[in-house]
Ligand binder design. Sequence first.
Ligand code: KIV
Length: 263
Amino acid sequence: MGKVTISTLDKKKAAGEKFVCITAYDATFARVISEAGAETILVGDSLGMVLQGHDSTIPVTIEHMGYHTECVSRAAPDSLVMADMPFMTYSTPEQAMENATHLMQAGAQMVKMEGGTWLSDTISMLVERGVPVCAHLGLTPQSVNAFGGFKVQGRTPKEAKSILADAVEIQDAGASLLVLECVPSNLASDISRKLDIPVIGIGAGPGTDAQVLVMHDLLGLSDHTARFVQNFMDGQSTIQGGLKAFVDAVKAGDYPREEHSYT
Ligand code: KIV
């Protein structure tokens, strides 16, 4: 595959070629995910739920993220490794710089933060200092308490307008990628068309430039799965086969389908 960089992903968007992101938290899974052909790996703060057994991502700390980012980045030399900035580690630009330094020094090539317009100054400051940023909009899991649960976002015209405005603003601030989680598929398609930067969807329908899933979900290991999750182990006898089936399905445009999408 060769080393994936931001320009690889920009070229894929321009060529209309879908790309893939899968979460990983350790070296072995990072290696097999990279070998399966996923261009990007996310060291997600979902580790708070799938590794640590919490019911949200809120208890995850910068030390946890640094440790898992080190494990992943040692084993995935070709994939672009992004790491989540955990809850309340980027509430001011200065705090974000200090914590992003921790993750970049642990081996991340990009940091991900949940939020829109309010993050603009932080994004600009990090990007100006050499830290690429992925923003995350829609159902931002660190705000689960403010949302009153893990709920689809952007269903009313007012909410949809606000997510679109946030997306434009974070692009203007210098973000390189955007994750859109659990939004209606027509809104996600609209945002993906309007933005120049690649948009990675999760529960956002087939119209985004790329797809991400939490590894445990796509391997059928989670006890509770959302509408947008498909078990890619069906018909496979190895984990490598399941991961490759997800990568191939996204690239061929076979996943996600209507049944995985919100309207
Ligand atoms: O933490 C995570 O795994 C994520 C993905 C669900 C996008 O943010």
